[in-house]
Design a protein around this ligand. Structure first.
Ligand code: NI
Length: 152
């Protein structure tokens, strides 16, 4: 899973490779986020996710905070910035995140943070699988749109 986390930004990069502005601004489904917003969302979400993991490692089951992902997706950066700005950030972030997971002792994976909405304790082990899943989930939105639209 650590390797999957490390590889995710490269798969994202491949998924958006060669798309023009009009394609980047196409929603992946009716009423959904555009490709550009999806890419930005991954950076937004995973920055938060990285911080959550660090909090879990350094505090006793800390209560983390959520962010309003719809509102974040409506900000100018999400709507207009080149995907590469997010992808380069994710490459660096995921490299560091993967290295962090690799350096953990077995017992550290049981350390957890508390999610304020679900009141669920999320262990680092769970968080790792969660963010690998989250990467694949959104990358698939883009690759399936490409297929559906016949964008080579
Ligand atoms: Ni998401």
């Amino acid at each position: 899973m650590i390797e999957a986390l490390r590889q995710a930004p490269a798969l994202l990069k491949e998924a958006v490779q060669g798309l023009n502005d009009q394609q980047l601004d196409t929603p992946y489904r009716k009423g959904g986020w555009t490709v550009r917003q999806v890419v930005s969302h991954l950076a937004d979400s995973h920055l938060n996710g990285y911080i959550r993991c660090k909090l879990a490692l350094t505090e006793d089951v800390p209560l983390i905070r959520t962010f309003d992902e719809q509102n974040w997706a409506g900000l100018t950066d999400s709507l207009t910035f080149a995907p590469n700005l997010s992808i380069e950030l994710l490459e660096s972030l995921h490299n560091r995140w993967a290295a962090l997971f690799e350096a953990l002792q077995e017992a550290d994976y049981q350390k957890a943070y508390l999610h304020p909405d679900s009141r669920e304790e999320i262990s680092l082990h769970h968080a790792l699988s969660l963010y690998v899943w989250h990467s694949k989930h959104h990358i698939a939105h883009i690759t399936s749109l490409r297929e559906r639209m016949g964008w080579a």
